[in-house]
Design a protein around this ligand. Structure first.
Ligand code: T46
Length: 136
C-alpha cells in the first residue's frame, strides 16, 4: 500500500495472550485512531457476493475480520490495491475518499467495522464517476 497516503493503513493490534487463549482490546483514540461512534458487523455473506462499491466523504473506519477471511479492494482514485483480511490481530484503517469493495468472503467470515460517525447516508458516494470527480 505504499502509494496510499495515511488514509489507508494496516494496524497491528496488541494481543494479550496466555495459556487460556488470546484477547484484543480496542480503545477509542488509542488502538483505534478516532472516537468510535458506531460498530457494525457483516456476516452470513455468500462466498460469491461483492459488497461495498462506495466511498465516504468524511468517515473514518477500521475493518477487522474477527473470524474467517475476506478481501478488500481499495482505490484512492489514482491507485488500486487489494488487501487480504484474515486475522483478528489486524485492522484496515480507511479514512475519507477511498472507494472500497469487499469480496472473497469465507463461509465463516465476520467482518467487524468500527466507525467514527453514526450512520449517515449523505456521507456515501455510491457512484464511481462521482467519486472520481470528488477526488480531483
Ligand atoms: C462500508 C463497508 C465496509 C444501516 O442502517 N446502518 C449502518 O450502520 C450500516 C453500515 C448500514 N445500514 C444499512 C444501509 C443498507 O440498507 O444496512 C444496509 C446495508 O448497507 P450497505 O449496503 O451500505 O453495506 P455494505 O456492506 O455495502 O457497506 C458497509 C458500510 O455501509 C460501509 O460504510 O464502508 O461496509
Amino acid at each position: 500500500m505504499k502509494n496510499f497516503s495515511r488514509a489507508v493503513q494496516l494496524i497491528d493490534f496488541n494481543v494479550k495472550g496466555d495459556d487460556r487463549g488470546s484477547l484484543i482490546s480496542l480503545e477509542r483514540n488509542i488502538s483505534i485512531p478516532f472516537d468510535i461512534q458506531r460498530v457494525y458487523y457483516i456476516f452470513d455473506t455468500k462466498t460469491d457476493v461483492k459488497r461495498g462499491f462506495h466511498a465516504h466523504r468524511n468517515l473514518k473506519q477500521v475493518l477487522v475480520c474477527v473470524n474467517g477471511s475476506c478481501q478488500i479492494l481499495i482505490d484512492n482514485g489514482k491507485e488500486k490495491t487489494t488487501v487480504l483480511l484474515d486475522s483478528p490481530n489486524q485492522g484496515l484503517y480507511l479514512e475519507g475518499l477511498i472507494w472500497r469493495e469487499m469480496f472473497a468472503f469465507s463461509e465463516n467470515c465476520v467482518l467487524m467495522v468500527l466507525a467514527s460517525e453514526l450512520y449517515d447516508e449523505s456521507d456515501y458516494i455510491r457512484n464511481y464517476e462521482d467519486f472520481i470527480k470528488e477526488c480531483q
